[in-house]
Design a protein around this ligand. Structure first.
Ligand code: 5AD
Ligand code: SF4
Length: 442
């Protein structure tokens, strides 16, 4: 086996797991293939957050089955949340799959590859003790901006969500391991890190002195902020119930931490929030938004919204629409409620017909698109600090792309030598999903 291709579905956590899977395969001497057709091993890193993601995976598997009929030596591996959730059941539907491993078994991949011919495939999906302390090599795609895990799993059990089942209990990495990882990234040219966790605000719970000392999230931000050569820090995801005043203060005062937060609201109706087991009310959420905006006037905000949760009335839904118009997020990730195995919401009454869910989703997408475009246009004339990440998507020489502190993509003209530096860019045009601008002298 000489080459591999990893296909990734799902969230940033999965994207980063794929970088680790690639790192482990590269350490085994495999080269990255450009396409599935050129690869000896195709690994699908899967997502099960909504039914649609599962359907996409099975249709991808269908394509791989045809490829394997043409190239019988092709090895097909499945990892990620569907592998964790379904285990050996995947083999019933897709007996041509050779390897199945779960979210905490990436380190076992070399062993799975070497025993490939010896036995029938068997899913490896156990949660080993101390996985959070394993340090895995990663083949990172971005050379300027990188992901860093600070914790794994989730304890929140929102009633619609599979994450606690497929990623296990919440565990934090040691602060010194995180700092060392960021330092080594900076030494290799990385200038921005995004700290990853399902609920970064509860970072540090369960750490003790043998883990290098107790540390909460604002303290971790302070440690990372003091790393020389690093220019920016972002983090996802925050849970509104755990967003503390000390985090707001850390964000407002630490120079490298961007004024940008993803704060999932899900619904603006207290009935829905209760049924979702979110453990905050709408007023409490608004109070936190108020605090963030009071400390950082140019705070960029994004959120997740679920429409059509069981029992959602017209009035509940209207509350969410009103909140979108009131809060005016920079962007939102809207979803139709999707039934997930094991979750509490399956047992609730009042499941909403598909056509109503679809209509509600369409409407909030339309409303938010208008708000996003208005907000992008309102930035015309302003000067944004941009971290240059590379050439823009067209790949045209002399066209660069980066992100503002608020996380918006900004495209402009400039020399590639600027990649990895901060430049000031005056915004000349606000588009649907990005901003255009021109460099001004610092
Ligand atoms: N149906 C719809 N959306 C969901 N999410 C999580 N589970 C479900 C589900 N069963 C959304 C939530 C969460 C985001 C990552 O995915 O909005 O914040
Ligand atoms: Fe899922 Fe809730 Fe945990 Fe987020 S906080 S991963 S929505 S259970």
């Amino acid at each position: 086996m000489r080459s591999y291709k990893v296909l990734t579905f799902g969230c940033q956590m999965n994207e980063h797991d794929s970088e680790k899977i690639s790192g482990v395969l590269a350490a085994e001497g495999l080269a990255s293939a450009r396409d599935v057709e050129d690869a000896d091993l195709v690994l699908v890193n899967t997502c099960s957050i909504r039914e649609k993601a599962e359907q996409k995976f099975y249709s991808e598997l269908g394509k791989l089955r045809l490829l394997k009929e043409k190239h019988p030596s092709l090895v097909i591996a499945v990892s990620g949340c569907i592998a964790q959730q379904e285990g050996d059941r995947i083999l019933k539907r897709a007996p041509f799959v050779d390897i199945i491993f779960g979210n905490q078994n990436i380190k076992d991949l070399p062993g799975l590859l070497s025993s490939l011919d010896a036995k029938r495939p068997e899913a490896l999906t156990e949660f080993p003790e101390g996985y959070e302390h394993f340090i895995l090599p990663a083949e990172r795609r971005g050379s300027v901006a990188s992901f860093v895990n600070i914790m794994y799993g989730c304890n929140n059990y929102c009633s619609y969500c599979v994450v606690p089942y497929v990623r296990g209990r919440e565990r934090s990495r040691r602060p010194d391991d995180i700092v060392r990882e960021v330092e080594s990234l900076v030494a290799s040219g990385v200038r921005e890190v995004t700290l990853l966790g399902q609920n970064v605000n509860s970072y540090g719970m369960g750490l003790d002195n043998k883990d290098g000392g107790v540390c909460n999230f604002p303290e971790l931000l302070r440690l990372v902020d003091s790393i020389d050569g690093l220019l920016r820090i972002r983090f996802v995801t925050s849970h509104p119930k755990d967003l503390s005043d000390s985090l707001v203060e850390a964000m407002a005062t630490l120079p490298k931490v961007c004024e940008n937060i993803h704060l999932p609201l899900q619904s603006a109706s207290d009935n829905m929030l209760l049924a979702m087991n979110r453990r905050y009310g709408f007023l409490e959420y608004m109070d936190k938004i108020g605090r963030l905006r009071a400390e950082m006037s140019d705070m960029a905000l994004s959120t997740d919204i679920i429409v059509g949760f069981p029992g959602e009335t017209e009035e509940d839904y209207d509350n969410t629409v009103a909140a979108l118009r009131d809060i005016r997020y920079d962007s939102i990730f809207p979803f139709k409620y999707s039934r997930r195995p094991n979750t509490k919401a399956l047992t609730l009454s009042g499941h909403i017909p598909e056509d109503i869910k679809a209509a509600r989703l369409d409407e909030i997408i339309r409303i938010q698109n208008e708000i996003t475009e208005e907000k992008n246009r309102a930035r015309v004339g302003r000067v944004e600090e941009v971290l240059v990440e590379g050439q823009d998507r067209s790949g045209t020489p002399g066209r660069l792309s980066g992100r503002s502190r608020g996380g918006k993509v900004v495209n402009f003209e400039g020399d590639v030598s600027l990649v990895g530096t901060l430049v000031d860019v005056r915004i000349t045009e606000g588009k649907k999903h990005s901003l255009m601008g021109e460099i001004v002298q610092r």
